[in-house]
Structures are given as C-alpha cells and as structure tokens.
Design a protein around this ligand. Structure first.
Ligand SMILES: NC(=O)c1ccc[n+]([C@@H]2O[C@H](COP(=O)([O-])OP(=O)(O)OC[C@H]3O[C@@H](n4cnc5c(N)ncnc54)[C@H](OP(=O)(O)O)[C@@H]3O)[C@@H](O)[C@H]2O)c1
Length: 249
C-alpha cells in the first residue's frame, strides 16, 4: 500500500462525477474527506454514505467555491471536524461548449469565477493555515489544454489559467512543504458530460477513435493518480501538470 500521510482532504465538487470518484479513493487510503458540493446535497450525502459504509470518514459540506465567505466556512467546518486540511483537490468546475460568437459576458463570469477564482480562493484558504507544515494540492484541469478542441475556448482558457496557477503557486508554496500539481483528464462519462450531450455523441466517437486506449474515461480512472499525488510517495513532485487521458492529446 502506498503511504498516505493525509489527515484531512477537501474535494471540491464531489457530489458526482470525477470528484465523487476521487473522494472515495482518498477515503480508501485513510484520509478524512470533506465532500464539498454547491447544490446537490443528495448526491454529496450518497458519496458520504458510500465512504462511511466502507469504514471511511467523510462529511458533506455545502459551499460555493466562487465565494470567499463560503470557502472560509468550508475550511472552518473541515478543521472543526477533522483538524488541519493538508490535501485539497480543486475539482469543482462548470463548462459549456459554444462557438466564439455565442460566448456571453455572463458565461465568462460563471466559468472564470468557478474554475479560476474558485481555485485561487481555496488555495489561499489552505495556505492561510499556519498549523500545517506540509500539504498537497491537486488541481483538476483538462486534456483540452493540450488538444485544444473547437467550441471550448472559454472553458479551456479557464483551465489553462489553472495550469499556470498550478506551476506558479508550486513555487510560492514549496518552501512551506506544500506541493501543487494538476492533472488533465480526458473526456469522461460523468453527469456533467451527459448533461451537455457529449456521452453518446458523434464527437465522443471521434475522440475515442483518437484515444490510444480506445475508450471514454470513468470517474474511477482518476482516484489512483490523485491519491498518489496526495501521498508522500510523490514528495519530490511539485509544479507538474500531468496528462491522464488514455493517451488522447
Ligand atoms: N468529465 C470530463 O470529461 C472531464 C474532462 C476533463 C476535465 N474534467 C474536469 O473534471 C472535473 C469534474 O468534472 P465532472 O465532469 O465530474 O463534473 P460534473 O459531473 O459536472 O460535476 C461538477 C461538480 O462540481 C460541483 N460544482 C460546480 N460548481 C461549483 C461551485 N461553484 N462550488 C462548489 N461546487 C461546484 C458540482 O456540485 P453540484 O452538483 O452540487 O452543483 C458537482 O459536484 C472538472 O474540473 C472538469 O473540468 C472533466
């Protein structure tokens, strides 16, 4: 078993999809997990029930990562129940695919505040804890920052900002023993990609054809990589942005 020094992990946007899979995987390594969600309390409680049924530790905490007060409340609650937070998975995200002409100021605000500001606010909150001497932050980006698919300019721009933020904050937080890495998932079957009509589409078929491992990803594909990055086994890795897409690029 790989060593996992995590005491407390927050996974943002863990009520469904990749976040739910990551939360379950972290709990499986012994971490106490805070399952964050924005509106889907039922989904978050299902993830918590799944973890606790297997003997793990988890609570669900509602918070909109795009708001500073909510993020402070999220960290306060996590610390109150489990103690200092030393693992943070910035997974919460919103997406729409649209041609350039259809991008609105409202959608720009929605995607940038959730995907970029949300990542900044939670990272600040982890770093604001003066009682941790080590930590691991894993930002969930997208393989789109490598493959650059059409109609994804706004979403991919937001995730490209996350990639840059990852590399720079790794430099700033390294001296405190806080590592910051990102993973770039390939297209995966989640509630989110079903909602935007990706799963079952012609675009999915074309992407599978361009994927060396020949399938769409699943929420179970990312937990092992995230738990590895959260663990002391990767103590010498920071500022890295890792492609996890079945070879699709
Ligand atoms: N699925 C893919 O193909 C794919 C590919 C590449 C990268 N990714 C990345 O992987 C991550 C997960 O994607 P997914 O497909 O699993 O997403 P999803 O099924 O749409 O789930 C999104 C999650 O984020 C939460 N969320 C959204 N806005 C939030 C906010 N402001 N504050 C807190 N939580 C918020 C949602 O909570 P509520 O349900 O409560 O609103 C939900 O738990 C994202 O970062 C995404 O960009 C996904």
């Amino acid at each position: 078993m790989s060593s996992n020094n995590a005491r407390t992990a927050i996974v943002t946007g863990a009520s469904k999809g990749l976040g739910a899979g990551i939360a379950k995987a972290l709990a499986g390594t012994g971490a106490a997990v805070v399952v964050n969600y924005r509106v889907d309390a039922e989904g978050a409680e299902r993830v918590v029930a799944d973890i606790t049924a297997k003997g793990g530790r988890a609570i669900a905490v509602q918070a909109d990562v795009a708001g500073g007060d909510d993020v402070r409340r999220l960290f306060d609650r996590a610390r109150e129940v489990y103690g200092p937070v030393d693992v943070l998975v910035n997974n919460a995200s919103v997406v729409t695919f649209a041609p350039l002409s259809d991008i609105t100021e409202e959608e720009f605000q929605r995607e940038m505040t959730t995907n970029v500001l949300g990542t900044i606010l939670t990272t600040q909150a982890l770093a604001a804890q003066d009682d941790i001497d080590a930590g691991s932050i894993i930002n969930i980006s997208t393989a789109g920052t490598v493959s650059h698919p059409p109609y994804a300019s706004l979403y991919v721009a937001s995730k490209s900002a996350v990639n840059a933020f990852t590399v720079i904050t790794a430099k700033e937080l390294g001296p405190r023993g806080i590592r910051v890495n990102a993973i770039m998932p390939g297209p995966s079957d989640t509630e989110g990609t079903r909602a935007i009509g990706y799963v079952g589409s012609e675009q999915e078929a074309q992407t599978i054809a361009a994927t060396p491992l020949g399938r769409t990803g699943t929420p179970d594909d990312y937990g092992p990589l995230v738990t590895f990055l959260a663990s002391d086994d990767t103590r010498w890795i920071t500022g890295d942005v890792i492609l996890a897409s079945g070879g699709m690029r």
